[in-house]
Design a protein. Sequence first.
Lengths: 157, 513
Amino acid sequence: MIITKDHIGGLVFLCLSVVYGYYAGDIALLPGDEFEPFHAQTLPYALATLGGILSIGLLFTADKGVEHKLSLKGYDFPLVAKLLLLVVLFALALDWVGFMLATVFFLISGYWLLGERRPKMLLLASVPFAAGIWFVLTQLLDIYLAPGKLLTQLFGG
Amino acid sequence: MLDGIFTGLSTAVMPFNLLMVVVGCFAGTFIGMLPGLGPISAVALMIPITYGLDPSSGIILMAGVYYGAVFGGSTSSILINAPGCASTVVTAFDGYPLAQKNQAGKALALAAYSSFTGGTIAAIALLFAAPALATVSLSFQSTDYFALMVLGLTAVAAFSGKGQVIKALMMTVFGLMIATVGTDTTSGATRFTFGNIDLIDGVSFLLLAMATFALTEVVMTVLNGQHKEEEEQVDMSKLGSMKLSKEEIKEIAPTIGRSSVFGFIIGVLPGAGATIASFLAYGLERNIASAKEKLKFGKGSLRGLAAPESANNAASTGSFVPLLTLGIPGSGTTAIMLGALIAYGIQPGPRLFIDNPDVFWSVIISMYFGNLVLLILNLPLIPYISKLLVIPRPILIPLILFFSITGVYLVSFNSFDIHMMAIITVIAIFLKLLSFPMAPMLLGFILGGLMETNLSRALVISDGSLAFLWERPLTLGIVLTAIIVLCLPPVLEYLRGRRAVKGPEVAVTEGEG
């Protein structure tokens, strides 16, 4: 039997619905809620049931042709993983070094990852841009941007 | 109604709002021209900007971006055969062959005239249809609302394309599941937060929209290796004349009229968006053409270009009817606008034109302006806007990523949201690789809260009985429509299979206009 995209999708959603339904039981109810026609668990249970039925429906009606097989060839997963890691690092950098430095770091690393190697280009497309955005946000729109924990610890608040 | 039109006019002609229309159309055209990014991504990218504006200006800006993106998508379809979004795929069928015959200028002008006419006819229809529907829907009760939301959700799933109905329904359920995360509004109980404080308020709409439609779309272009492709340089000297002859205008005028009305009707249907309208209008035009004319389709037929262009713009306008009057979006893009309106504290629906007449009417009036801006300003500027595409992809992609991330961060100032975006992006990429449509999930998420409230009210009133679904004729009518809408595609597919009609058929694979 060929395992197609529909089979994988159906199985994943079936597991999701089971786990979702299981945790729906953990939702705290108010005293007497169990006698009410509708409470905090009603919709989650209904959704878990519906999700389960649809997943099984997809598993049974799945396209079985070879052309529906999941093919991961030709995709650049390592680069996407690096970009998403960069997004996570940007979030950490925002907390530690502040908006401006984090932005410069994010943009230079992003350009570098996507193949830009000219130092002049890397700097010109990041530093003035970050400074410009920082200026617009803090000076024109009057938005407070925290300086970053590291900078506060080094130079004081 | 005249009062309303004047209210809308006075709001829409405010210099700032006019500026928003112009800025929106330009930004939309630019983003729409980038292959891979369509109106949904363009509108999603605008949400954080609109948070600082008043609701009318915000929605006017988003409407401008919507039109601009559809127009921008047509431009890249015609010039480089790379549709920016699903709704302009059909434009490339006849637009690109025209460009190859050195008639790109004519094709662009025709696309602009068709879009303008389609948009204007639809805007006039909207002017009359929306208040009429809103008046009727004022009598709606919670049971009708619940049924209406079920209709909206099933319609989006039903129109999502061949063999995609179950997947779209599953994504809708997934969206509803995400909507249950956080604090339950009626009992105050926390649901699926797993002790995490950041999840107590639930998943924010902005975060989900930006992660699934801005971040994911950009990352998908990297995943597909599109960032390595050199942007095809467009030789502007080969654009040719932008003028149409009298004979040509005579030939396409009936096509534009037909397709505009047809597109508007398709757009009004909840769930069917610009994509379906453009495919169907093209199919209709080809079917009614003479045998000689039929041969020209796909090889640079003017009718083949005018039909989808007028239909997709008319449908874009038409999809505002269910959004403004019932609070049910007609397409993925209007689903994002619905979320944005709710975030502004405005509840789209029958009461919108009573409670917020300025928003209701100014959107309708600004649609005329949007169409005018596209025709008068964007068309002559296309050669210059397309020059922006020369920005190398390794520079452009990180910038778009930056805007999508900071757009979310600058609203919440919580770096947890960025981590959450990365996680949602990974899930969305996985689902996209498995060919699951994203728009139904967002729609399920947006309507989830409202649906639960109305279901809860309806069940409490009927003392737990499901009889509320058939007790009121209106509710029953809506429920029956939902069932028909859901059953129609499989039945039609079955009948088509039995007839075993062979021939070139246009399959709608993506309905996320």
